[in-house]
Every structure is written in structure tokens, then in C-alpha cells.
Design a binder for this molecule. Structure first.
Ligand SMILES: Nc1nc2c(ncn2[C@@H]2O[C@H](COP(=O)(O)OP(=O)(O)OP(=O)(O)O)[C@@H](O)[C@H]2O)c(=O)[nH]1
Ligand SMILES: [Zn+2]
Length: 225
């Protein structure tokens, strides 16, 4: 889809938090409950799931599991749902006039498939060409991590990373490629342990075939994870 078409789609859907093409479908009242309240509620649900499965929830080893899972969901696995967790993307002036692409490659991705709530494990490769600003390297890892910590589909995660960096760097010239294993494909269902999923989003100059080839040459998608 062209950038213009994407912009039109966003305009059509409205620029709010409810299911635009780039946003996760998060309800408007999602942040009315505190994290502690969410943990308490989720804890009860996990307890029920385990009990329904027939587990003895008085067992010493199982007793703490509902609380553990609830804390993990709210603070870690899905910690990127809250906008106040968005990392600050410090940028600096490109005083040294570096004009080539910069690639932050092999960024570890731990995300969660929104269809099965199973892990997505892989690598993200992020690149940009400066239009006058440069960004702290670690901020690219942090942005990937922030959007990964949500129930996700890989396509959306890839686009969110690009959009966020385009905003921070004030340029269209940003790209992201993600190669990841979905445990819902690898460890259940079709049980194909070898397959992985590659997604990409190329903005601005990265739509040019030569620029794209240069990026793909740097990242060589042979990483094992
Ligand atoms: N496009 C896309 N699909 C995904 C992603 N993660 C998981 N899926 C797929 O989501 C689909 C959900 O399909 P369903 O038929 O509703 O679920 P299911 O019966 O468990 O399907 P199987 O996984 O084939 O057993 C599956 O084909 C998954 O492989 C993702 O990031 N992007
Ligand atoms: Zn899945």
C-alpha cells in the first residue's frame, strides 16, 4: 500500500486510539483501572483457568502462579500497552553531516501473538537516513521493545516501529525488517519448528531498489534465534 493510501486510510478511520491501521485495538477505557487493580483481576481469572483445568490450587508450587502470571502480563509481557511506558526518543543534531544509512541490526524481539497469546521470538533490523537529526542507538531497541510488549501481529509491530521513528526523526526515510518465530506455528497447530516469518516496512528512500538492497545486504537474514 502506498504511503498516500495509508494516510487516507488513517484519515478515514480517525486518528485516535481505536484500531487505526497502526494502533492496537485498545479500548478507550483501558487505562481507567490501575495496574494493581488489573493484576488483582487477572490473578482471579488465571486462578479460574487453572482450577477449571483440574489443577489443585492449594499445591505449594501452584499457589503463587496466578499472581505471578498477572504481574508478568501487566508489567512485562504486555507492559507496552500503556502510553506512559513509551520510551523517550532522544534525538540530536547531525552536526557531523553523516549522510549514509544507519542500521541497528539484530534487535531482540520478544513479543506475543495476539491470536494465541504465545511468544513471538526474533530479530528486528531498523534503518534510517538522517534528514538533519540522529537518534540515540539504544532508543531504536527501546522502541522495538515497547511495541513488542503488546498482544501483536508481526505486520503491525513492523509498521509501528517505522511510524514512531519517522515521527522522532522527522523523515520518511526509515525501514524495519523483522524475522521472527511464532510459537503458535512452531510448537502447536502445524508444529513447524523451522519456519519463521519475515515482515518489512520501507519508507521514503528505502522504497528505492538500490537502497533497499544495501539494507538487506547489511542485515543478511541468516540469524538463528
Ligand atoms: N498474519 C499474521 N497471522 C498470524 C500472526 N501470528 C499468528 N498468526 C496466525 O493467526 C492465525 C489464526 O488462525 P485460526 O484458524 O483462527 O487459529 P487456529 O485454529 O489456532 O489455527 P492454526 O494455527 O492453523 O492451528 C493462524 O494461522 C496463525 O498462524 C501474525 O503475526 N500475523
Ligand atoms: Zn498465534
Amino acid at each position: 500500500m502506498s504511503d498516500q493510501n495509508k494516510e487516507n486510510l488513517i484519515e478515514e478511520l480517525g486518528d485516535n486510539h481505536i484500531a487505526t491501521s497502526y494502533e492496537n485495538p485498545i479500548r478507550e477505557d483501558a487505562f481507567e483501572m490501575s495496574d494493581d487493580e488489573k493484576i488483582e483481576k487477572i490473578k482471579g481469572h488465571v486462578h479460574q483457568i487453572m482450577e477449571t483445568l483440574g489443577m489443585d490450587m492449594t499445591d505449594d508450587s501452584l499457589q503463587g502462579t496466578p499472581n505471578r502470571v498477572a504481574k508478568m502480563y501487566v508489567n512485562e509481557t504486555f507492559g507496552g500497552l500503556h502510553p506512559n511506558k513509551k520510551p523517550k526518543a532522544s534525538t540530536f543534531q547531525n552536526n557531523y553531516k553523516y549522510g549514509e544509512m544507519l542500521v541497528e541490526k539484530n534487535i531482540t524481539v520478544y513479543s506475543t501473538c495476539e491470536h494465541h497469546l504465545l511468544p513471538i521470538i526474533g530479530r528486528a533490523h531498523v534503518a534510517y537516513i538522517s534528514s538533519g537529526r540522529v537518534i540515540g542507538l539504544s532508543k531504536m531497541n527501546r522502541i522495538v521493545n515497547y511495541y513488542a510488549k503488546r498482544p501483536q501481529v508481526q505486520e503491525r509491530l513492523t509498521m509501528q516501529v517505522v511510524k514512531e521513528l519517522q515521527k522522532a526523526l522527522k523523515t520518511e526515510d526509515v525501514a524495519c525488517v523483522i524475522d521472527a518465530k511464532h510459537l503458535c506455528v512452531n510448537s502447536r497447530g502445524i508444529n513447524d519448528i523451522e519456519s519463521s516469518t519475515v515482515t518489512s516496512e520501507y519508507g521514503g528512500k528505502f522504497k528505492d531498489e538500490n537502497v533497499r538492497r544495501e539494507l538487506l545486504n547489511y542485515i543478511k537474514l541468516d540469524t538463528k534465534f
